[in-house]
Design a protein around this ligand. Structure first.
Ligand SMILES: *[C@@H]1O[C@H](CO)[C@@H](O)[C@H](O)[C@H]1NC(C)=O
Ligand SMILES: *[C@@H]1O[C@H](CO)[C@@H](O)[C@H](O)[C@H]1NC(C)=O
Ligand SMILES: *[C@@H]1O[C@H](CO)[C@@H](O)[C@H](O)[C@H]1NC(C)=O
Ligand SMILES: *[C@@H]1O[C@H](CO)[C@@H](O)[C@H](O)[C@H]1NC(C)=O
Ligand SMILES: *[C@@H]1O[C@H](CO)[C@@H](O)[C@H](O)[C@H]1NC(C)=O
Length: 303
């Protein structure tokens, strides 16, 4: 592109410009009809069309203003682009397509009616050439809240927390059980000063000795999001009974096994001892038998 465009250049503090802006704003009241509407959510990109094309040569001659409600957003004069601080570094124009402005990282505060004004030089002054308004809606929806378990602050009592964030306008949280509102233990609400988005969380304590079905309801504007949490009363003595059960089996079984082992060993020992005794008795009698003839023979031979 031939023309030079600079971003973030300081605003020229000329009184004529200020007067000019006022004239432009005054002109708007006569031309606000058939407004286009663009709906986006926070952090998205909005592309707002001026619905007008211009050649590169013309660009250095015309004046282009983008305004939001009564504030300046962007101006192009002598082919130079100036962006006002709130839009600095996140807003640019597309000269090749309908003189659009593109706003990045949308904020809630960006919602409003944007007007594009094009003026052409004519006999030493500027004449209104084109005017378009676009209404930008910026939504910030809360996601469905999440409920998590914070454990037992005391026996029989369980604490849960419900939270959601990133929405607008200001939310209101309530806990319901069977359609009846409950008292939350502790509720916090915070707003991000930069994004204006809210975060809400609420803690609820309940008695674990009953079944429960809680609903965490978050209302903001005319919208609501909710989450339910079901609690089933557990049979409390069951875990201890389950823990006792293995020992009730293990102890008698091991005792019986030990007794059986002792008895078995005793029996084996007795058997071995008996066999030993028997063998010794047999050996003794054999010896007797072997010795006897010799003795007799000797006796006979010598005799
Ligand atoms: C401007 O130019 C773009 C792309 O060249 C085209 O799509 C669009 O229709 C034009 N707009 C007008 C108002 O002529
Ligand atoms: C825009 O970016 C420039 C350069 O990174 C920085 O110096 C300036 O502070 C930024 N302006 C805003 C409003 O963030
Ligand atoms: C909630 O709090 C109010 C006032 O502190 C009290 O009157 C009411 O009984 C409480 N409700 C429950 C369900 O505890
Ligand atoms: C929980 O409920 C049981 C039965 O209704 C009651 O006996 C007990 O006192 C309650 N515990 C607490 C801490 O409120
Ligand atoms: C609690 O819920 C369990 C499982 O749904 C059910 O078996 C039990 O009967 C319920 N107890 C009461 C008191 O409602």
């Amino acid at each position: 592109m031939g023309h030079t465009l600079k971003w973030g250049t300081p605003p020229p503090k000329r009184p004529s410009l200020r007067l000019f802006q006022l004239l432009v704003l005054a002109g708007l009241f006569y031309f606000c009809s058939g407004i286009m509407q663009v709906t986006k959510t926070v952090k998205e990109i909005a592309v707002l069309s001026c619905d007008y094309n211009i050649s590169t040569e013309e660009l250095t001659k015309v004046r282009i203003y983008w305004q939001k409600d009564n504030e300046m957003v962007l101006a192009v004069m002598s082919g130079k682009v100036k962006v006002w601080p709130e839009y600095e570094n996140r807003t640019f124009t597309d000269f090749t397509s309908n003189l659009c402005i593109v706003i990045l990282a949308l904020r809630l505060s960006d919602k409003g009616t944007y007007t594009c004004v094009i003026q052409k030089p004519e006999q030493g002054t500027y004449r209104l050439e084109h005017l378009t308004s676009v209404k930008l809606l910026v939504r910030a929806d809360f996601p469905a809240p999440s409920i998590s378990d914070l454990g037992n602050p005391s026996p029989d009592i369980r604490r849960i927390i419900c939270s959601t964030s990133g929405g607008f306008p200001e939310p209101h949280l309530s806990w319901l059980e069977n359609g009846e509102e409950l008292n939350a233990t502790y509720t916090t609400l915070a707003q991000d000063p930069e994004t204006e988005l809210y975060t809400i969380s609420s803690e609820l304590d309940f008695n674990v000795t009953r079944n429960h079905s809680f609903m965490c309801l978050v209302k903001y504007g005319d919208l609501t999001v909710s989450q339910t949490f079901n609690w089933q009363k557990s049979a409390k003595p069951a875990p201890s009974a389950n823990q006792l059960l293995p020992w009730a089996i293990i102890i008698p079984i091991s005792a019986s096994l030990i007794i059986a082992l002792i008895l078995g060993l005793a029996w084996l020992f007795c058997r071995l001892a008996a066999r030993q005794r028997e063998r010794r008795r047999n050996e003794e009698s054999l010896e007797m038998e072997r010795l006897s003839p010799v003795c007799i023979g000797r006796v006979e031979g010598s005799g």
